[in-house]
Structures are given as C-alpha cells and as structure tokens.
Design a protein around this ligand. Structure first.
Ligand code: SAM
Ligand code: DTB
Ligand code: SF4
Length: 334
C-alpha cells in the first residue's frame, strides 16, 4: 500500500497559496518513490522535463557585510579569510557578462554583500545593469533589503528578477540571523512584486534545521501572494570560519525531498538546484532533476565559493539528455 495523501498535490491544475503546515509535512513524510512520482507529474504538467534553465552569478561587491547570517562567508563578524572587493566597474561586469553568455548562460545574476543599498550605490548598480542588458542577457540582482522606491527604480531600469530569500522557517530563522527579521524580508519581497519585478526567492537547507522547518519554509514560499517565478534551494556550503561550519550534513535524500516538495507546491516556478552542487555526485544531481529541479547556477564560482566546472555540467547534461535551451523554447509547453 502506498500512502498518497487524500488530495493528490500533483493532480490539481490550479496553483494554491493556502498550504497548511500539516499538509506540507505529510508530503515530506511520503515514501520517497511516491513523493518523486507526484513531483514528476507536476513537473511534466508545466515544463519540458528535460530542459534546465542556466543562470550565471557574479559577486559585484564582496565581503564586509554588517549582517550576521551564520552561514555566510561575507559577514564581517566571521573570520573566513575572504578577500574583500569593492563594487566592480562597468568594464569588469561587461567582461564577466560576455564570458557567461559565451558559456551559454541565459541570465546574469549580480550579488552584493549589503544589508541594503544606499541610493548612491543603487545608482552605480543601475549602470552595471545597463551593461548586462546591452550584452543581451536577462538580469537578476540581489542587494539585500529594498525600499519601495528603490524597487521601483530597478523596475524602471529594466531589471528582470530580484533575488531575496526567506532562507528558512520563521521559527528557526532567529537561530541563523538576528540583524534583520523575517518581516523585513517579506516587506522587501512585497516591494519587489509591487514594482512589477519577477521574484527569485528560496532558502537554505542543511543548517541544522528540522524537517518541520524545511516544511515551514516551503509553506511560507508557497503562500506568498504570488509564487516566486524562481525558487533557489541552496544546500549549505560549509565555509571555515562561519558558525555553521562543521554542522552535521543533511541526508542527501532529504535534500531531494525538499526539491520535490518545492516542485509540488509551486508547480509553475523554476526550482533552482542552487548552492552546494560542488559537493554533490552526478547521481544526486540527477535525482534532483528527477524531483523537479529545472534551473542551476552555471559557472565556476557562485558568489565566493566553488561551483562545478562548466565542462562538467555540460557532460552531465549530455549524459542525462538534458537540454539547456533558452527559456522561450520551454514557454510554449502547457
Ligand atoms: N546580501 C544579500 C542578501 O543576503 O539578501 C544578497 C546576497 S546573499 C549571499 C544571497 C543568498 O545566498 C542568501 O540569502 C543565502 O540564501 C545564500 N547563501 C549565502 N551563503 C551561503 C552558503 N554558505 N551556503 C548556501 N547558501 C548561501
Ligand atoms: C541564492 O539563493 N543562492 C546564490 C544566489 N541566490 C545569490 C548565492 C549562493 C551563495 C553561496 C555562497 C557563496 O558563494 O558565497
Ligand atoms: Fe550579508 Fe547577504 Fe551574507 Fe547575510 S547572506 S551576511 S546579508 S551577504
């Protein structure tokens, strides 16, 4: 006997924003094969299951962040030996964008280690945004908290996506970050939506949270007024010097379950197999794609930590028959 939940999450066509914690925990608790089967149905209803979107990431301002995120090598509170880097110049960004485009990336995401950008800093970032747009790439930024006015300015400047993660459940959040609260994050996400930008919002697992917290994160993401278009699921990259270095590693199959639940709850969103791939086997990544992941970060570095070599990713895609064709080709599917 399989233990499918009374209402199959996979079958409903309507996207829901009213998930309960109990329902989502029940999905996590399904037998692994049943969970993956349901996730596959949801995935195939909305996407080409053999198509993965690729984004490239660039840290445009590195280190000395005043926030105290316990996972992050860029907080000035932890001694991680990171080389600081002030804001990159338009020329540096153009070079990186061209390289990313030549390697096959569709979207170029720029991240800055700020709590929130000052208006003068936003002016400079808008210049960088123009450079990436000139190079013909989709754009994404992650700069920390934004005011409503700042989000509107980015919208007027032609930004496509803004990344701002909820990171974990509201209950576990205080154990990871104390310098900004959950509501601050929800407020920024509201400003980004109101400005007409697409939302990239997900979280991190493997920080010592329990399954209820992973379920709690998923409930928060899926019950946002609109599902984020892009949902990055990061597996903690343990960096020496950060408080979370050395924490017990998450069971890889639990990571796959998290991807599958994200796919089921947000069936029309791109679910990104985000940080942590450098430590994953090809087989684990293949299971993540089977569970519904259909986006990755492509290129040898994330912001400050490593990511698989592009040749390795190309080889894996080839072995799996995955095509990294532009999003527009997938858009014609149901
Ligand atoms: N400073 C901005 C902020 O926090 O909003 C933007 C950059 S921040 C590095 C973006 C996201 O990267 C974080 O929200 C977190 O989810 C992820 N991240 C940071 N360090 C990580 C790590 N060691 N492992 C996995 N994900 C990480
Ligand atoms: C996201 O969710 N993951 C990316 C991106 N959004 C900005 C960042 C991952 C960072 C991993 C640690 C590092 O390289 O510094
Ligand atoms: Fe700063 Fe972002 Fe790192 Fe937190 S995750 S310390 S806000 S760069």
């Amino acid at each position: 006997m399989t233990a499918l939940p009374p209402t199959s999450a996979a079958s409903g066509d309507a996207t829901r924003n009213d998930w309960t914690q109990v329902e989502v925990e029940a999905l996590f608790d399904l037998p692994f094969n049943d969970l993956l089967y349901q996730a596959q149905i949801a995935h195939r209803a909305h996407f080409d299951a053999n198509q993965v979107q690729v984004s490239s990431l660039l840290s445009i301002k590195t280190g000395r962040c005043p926030e105290d995120c316990k996972y992050c090598p860029q907080s000035l509170r932890w001694n991680t030996g990171l080389t600081e880097q002030p804001l990159l110049s338009p020329e540096q960004v153009r070079t990186a964008a061209r390289k990313a485009r030549a390697a096959g990336a569709e979207r170029f995401c720029m991240g800055a280690a700020w709590r929130r950008p000052r208006d003068r800093q936003l002016d400079q970032v808008i210049e960088l945004l123009a450079v990436v747009r000139e190079e013909g790439l989709e754009t994404c930024l992650t700069l920390g908290m934004l005011s409503a006015e700042q989000a509107e300015r980015l919208g007027r400047a032609g930004l496509d996506y803004y990344n701002h993660n909820l990171d974990t459940s509201p209950e576990f959040y205080g154990q990871v970050i104390t310098t900004r609260d959950y509501q601050d994050r929800l407020d920024t996400l509201g400003h980004v939506r109101a400005a007409g930008l697409k939302v990239c919002c997900g979280g991190i697992v493997g920080m010592g949270e329990a399954r209820v917290d992973r379920a709690g994160l998923m409930v928060q993401l899926a019950n946002l007024p609109e599902h984020p278009e892009s949902v990055p699921i990061n597996l903690l990259v343990q960096v020496p010097g950060t408080p979370l270095d050395g924490i017990e590693r998450l069971d890889p199959l639990e990571f796959v379950r998290t991807i599958a639940v994200a796919r089921l709850l947000m069936p029309r969103s791109r679910v990104r197999l985000s940080a942590g791939r450098d430590d994953m086997s090809d087989e684990l990544q293949a299971l993540c794609f089977l569970a519904g992941a259909n986006s990755i970060f492509y290129g040898e570095t994330l912001l400050t930590t490593g990511n698989p070599a592009t040749e390795a990713d190309r080889g894996l895609f080839e072995r799996l028959g995955i095509n990294a064709a532009p999003e527009s080709k997938a858009a014609s599917l149901p």
